[in-house]
Write a protein of this length. Sequence first.
Length: 223
Amino acid sequence: MKYTAVVFDLDGTLLDTLEDLMNAVNDALRKYGYPVRTLDEIRNFVGNGVRKLMERALPDGAKNPQFEQILAAFRAYYTEHCEDQTHVYDGILWLMQQLKNAGCRMAIVSNKLDSAVKELNQSYFSSYVCTAIGEKEGTRRKPAPDMVEHALDELHCKKEEAVYIGDSEVDIQTAANAGLACISVSWGFRDAEFLLENGASVIADTPQQVWDLLMSHVHPEFP
């Protein structure tokens, strides 16, 4: 393989976490007397971390005088329930096994809380993923390149040797900011049309297609 490392986004790329995120948001909103949000609304709100998620879900956003309490309620609920409905997308474990067999090192970078990222990685991907990094103090959230750069340091890998795989416009921007080749996936929280409109140059519809791209390099836009 040309690439010796793969950096994955988590939500919408490896795991379908949407229902658990919705339940955590709505539990916090109900506690403070606000209307709940639909699954499609949550789908459009995610991608920039939990603070931005709650800003988008709550009337008046961060200007709401109860914002910090509601955010804390979300965090508390999600910490306890982040695996209730969450599941791995079909084909992901197969893809990771293929990458492992090929000697490829793997990392996860996510705007999700660092504790939740590490818990979910331990539950689902610990046999494959070397490092999992989430939102924490002192590290800028994606699309800043900080998490990717930290992951590459831990993988002892240069950016030219790594490819980034994600499902959103934030991931496209993150890969660009970090200087990594990027494969966008259409099975997650954004569809192919949206990804193309937001700068995607290479889109995979299945984990098998991700593997084919990594092995063949036939796509004219994929280095």
